[in-house]
Ligand binder design. Structure first.
Ligand code: UGA
Length: 431
């Protein structure tokens, strides 16, 4: 079997690499000629630790090809993975137009049996729609199977997650499709769940929504911790040792961002609502997350009186470390509010850049954390880049106009920061 991957974003590029690493012949197809040209040179169009080297390795070995030629790509491959984006529409529902386009392209160029597998995160029932779109676009009837095989990789850890997944979910209606997918994943020794396409689709949403729930739960608890003179990190440690709870995703902070959690929770809530089911817990998860950044901003405002003409150093823009992705990053909302309140914002992120938008024109983008904090009335840490923890804050304190530190990721040790003379506030970690 040779494999075609439609869409070469995070999921597509990583999936292409994984199958090439497993020994299969893989082609990546994208409508963006610039992306394809760069990938052909073994270069990635986004930042993802370790991925570019592996793509380059397989481009050189000839196991990984890239093309913009739909017809040749679709006619020449029997297994096709759809890895295109599924952004949110303004009403919170998933926008499936790219999935539909991919399905119609497959239908149009189909020349024999194809296994069509959706890896993108899609609402329950999408596999049935993919089937209908392919059928409607076929010029002459050819047999095919449509399956669902959701991806669980994290940005920044994509290589590790994709090469060593903790489970593989195969949602297929036909034994032939299941068999082919099992063969493609034969070198992976994690649990493989064989189920229906609808179940596979919901497993993905339910997993992301549950992780988002853990985060919002800890963020609410952090506010109680502040009032109760309790440290939320210690509460998390104590909770996490219970195997029924587990230690991960209990980190309080500015809330979740990125291209997945905000979109997926909202899509799950919306699609449930359309079926007459109100997911009340998830509605609150979204609400807690939406306002979480303001909690830290309020702390800073109380300390400084107001933000007008104050120099505020923002450390970190990406929605989390090890990525240049700023989609739904809490730092963006923070900066936006600070500018509205007439603050002078100085920003540093090791790799992420502000969007080209006039609202951010007055932000002073700095080339180092040291530069950003010069003359600052307060530092607000928004992303826990390791480098920020390694700075000599005792020495740097003298560069600030006022030694105020607001830690949106509970990265610093509160006692140590206070010990060296900072006014330090985190999120539920003050005691
Ligand atoms: C998430 C899931 O973790 C992946 O399993 C999934 O495949 C992916 O979405 C997707 O649907 O494609 P990702 O968005 O890359 O991955 O990032 P995470 O590492 O999960 O972090 C999401 C957000 O939650 C970040 O803003 C992070 O700062 C925040 N977070 C995470 C917390 O605030 N506290 C925590 O304890 C953990």
């Amino acid at each position: 079997m040779n494999i075609l991957i439609i869409g070469t974003g995070y999921v597509g590029a990583t999936t292409a690499m994984v199958f090439a690493e497993s020994g299969w012949q893989v082609t990546g197809l994208d409508i963006d000629a610039n992306k394809i040209e760069r990938l052909r040179q073994g270069q990635l169009h986004f930042h993802e630790p370790g991925l570019e080297q592996l793509i380059d390795k397989h481009v050189r070995s000839g196991r990984l090809l890239f093309t913009t030629d739909q017809e040749t790509a679709i006619t020449g491959h029997d297994v096709i993975f759809i890895c295109v984006g599924t952004p949110s529409r303004p009403d919170g529902n998933a926008d499936l137009r790219y999935i539909q386009q991919a399905a119609e392209d497959i239908g149009q160029w189909m020349n024999g049996y194809k296994l069509v597998v959706t890896k993108s995160t899609v609402p329950v029932g999408t596999q049935e729609q993919v089937t209908a779109w392919i059928q409607a676009a076929q010029r002459q009837p050819h047999p095919f199977d449509a399956a669902s095989n959701p991806e669980f990789l994290r940005e920044g850890k994509a290589v590790e997650d994709a090469l060593r997944p903790d489970r593989i979910i195969i949602g297929a209606d036909s034994p032939k499709a299941t068999e082919q997918l099992l063969m493609l994943y034969q070198s992976f020794h994690c649990p493989k769940i064989l189920t229906t396409p609808r179940t596979a689709e919901l497993i993905k949403y339910a997993s992301n929504a549950f992780l988002a729930t853990k985060i919002s739960y800890m963020n609410e608890l952090a506010k109680l911790c502040d009032e109760s003179k309790v440290n939320v990190n210690e509460v998390a440690r104590g909770m996490g040792l219970d195997p029924r709870i587990g230690p991960s995703f209990l980190q309080a902070g500015l809330g979740y961002g990125g291209s997945c959690f905000p979109k997926d929770v909202s899509e799950l809530v919306m699609s449930a609502r359309e079926q007459g089911v109100q997911l009340r817990i998830l509605e609150q998860v979204m609400e807690v997350n939406r306002s979480q950044y303001a909690y830290l901003l309020d702390k800073a405002r109380s300390r400084l009186g107001d933000f007008a003409n104050k120099n505020i150093a923002i450390l970190g823009l990406a929605f989390k470390p090890d990525t240049d992705d700023i989609r739904e990053a809490p730092a963006l909302r923070m900066i936006y509010d600070l500018l509205l309140e007439q603050a002078n914002v100085r920003l540093f992120d090791p790799i992420a850049a502000l969007p080209a938008h006039s609202s951010f024109d007055t932000v002073k983008v700095c080339t180092s954390a040291e530069e950003a904090i010069q003359g600052a009335d307060a530092v607000i840490l928004c992303t826990e880049w390791t480098a920020f923890g390694q700075l000599d804050w005792e020495k740097l304190k003298g560069q600030l106009r006022q030694p105020n530190f607001f830690d949106g990721r509970n990265m610093m040790d509160a006692r140590a920061m206070r010990g060296i003379g900072f006014y330090y506030q985190g999120i539920g970690n003050d005691y």
